[in-house]
Design a binder for this molecule. Sequence first.
Ligand SMILES: Cc1cc2nc3c(=O)[nH]c(=O)nc-3n(C[C@H](O)[C@H](O)[C@H](O)COP(=O)(O)OP(=O)(O)OC[C@H]3O[C@@H](n4cnc5c(N)ncnc54)[C@H](O)[C@@H]3O)c2cc1C
Length: 414
Amino acid sequence: MKHYSAFAVAREALRSHTGWERAWRSPEPKKRYDVIIVGAGGHGLATAYYLGKNYGIQNVAIIEKGWLGGGNTGRNTTIIRSNYLQDPSAAIYEKSRSLYEHLSQDLNYNLMFSPRGVIMLAQTHHEVRGYQRTAHANALQGVSTEWIGPQRVKELVPIINLEGPRYPVLGGLWQERGGTARHDAVAWGYARACSAMGMDIIQKCEVTGVRSDQGRVVGVDTAKGAIECEKLGIVVAGHSGQLAEMAGFRLPLEAVALQALVSEPIKPCMDVVVMANTVHGYMSQSDKGEMVIGGGTDGFNNFTQRGSFHHIEETVRALVETFPMISRLKMLRQWGGIVDMTGDRSPILSKTPLGNCFINCGWGTGGFKAIPGSGWGMAQLMATGHSPLTEAFTLDRFKEGRFIDESVAAGVAH
Ligand SMILES: Cc1cc2nc3c(=O)[nH]c(=O)nc-3n(C[C@H](O)[C@H](O)[C@H](O)COP(=O)(O)OP(=O)(O)OC[C@H]3O[C@@H](n4cnc5c(N)ncnc54)[C@H](O)[C@@H]3O)c2cc1C
């Protein structure tokens, strides 16, 4: 793999960009791999990357039914933060956020990580108490967050309306090193690094069955034939229920659509991410100038990756009262992704009832921020059978009642 650098850009500019090579190979599947990962979203690719980098396991295939990063990883609004309430959540999300700080250098791929700061607005007294509690919990967990009053919110976001018609802004939970990154680049960066290690990324190849023998996984059936493996990782977000059914177990998950939209590009007007959970909307400004806007999930199960007028109306109404200056903006695009929601709004990173079959799912509306940390922990779990990062997130917790309740931190969505 050729190294990307300023020197390489200059060199290629001088020779009409004829020297760039493909970022990743597109091989045909081999008959057998040590590890198969189903799903080439961020979590699947990061799992494969850290299996190779941290444990030297490189005979790996990542099998994807569509194109890599074409699931939720390429559809999200890219918010990165780690201000969760419970200790296991803070540990994995903060590991992730801290990996993001140097991930561009690690992958030699510009992820456009932008730690511009994230504010979660408190607009009811209940939220004030909730976020102050989270700020105290974060202080104990070593996660840097701060409770700020309305005047500080106004300094950080001059376009905000503190006196909303329904709910005034009473303060906010501020994470200065939270922010955004370019979502496709995260998938592409991991894919390029995996391919460089000799791993096979097999796109347009749906997994249609899971093969087992005496309670252990032995391979998968795919659109390109059967492939054997020693270990299997299922990392397919909103389609986890289907894959689990193929493997012979059930998951406590619901698949619902989550939508987002972007406006036409405008001049820079907001350089932090703002989430307004009570009125139900959040917004940031992309490097192109578009306002990136998201709201809540559909209230019913479905697999349609598209938007709906009902959601635009509800989300835009919430944001217009929070930022009146956007009321004349034209909206450019709207889309949806299928997210996998657990009852306690925390993920599942776990062994499964099928031997040597592991599952990583349940990130719901907020897993983009968790991609590096989740990949790190999942790789450790798959390679060694145990990871401190994932030990609380087992499937058993739903039987044993050990819920990791993050319904407040999950907020409006992310
Ligand atoms: C609109 C929207 C906004 C969001 N905003 C944020 C945000 O701001 N911040 C944040 O942290 N998170 C956000 N999220 C959530 C985040 O996008 C997801 O949690 C995360 O991307 C999940 O990554 P993944 O790799 O698990 O899944 P995906 O990226 O969905 O990857 C799973 C892959 O599995 C493949 N697959 C499925 N079935 C099969 C099969 N049978 N065979 C082979 N491959 C299969 C799919 O094609 C897909 O590519 C948002 C999500 C949406 C939809």
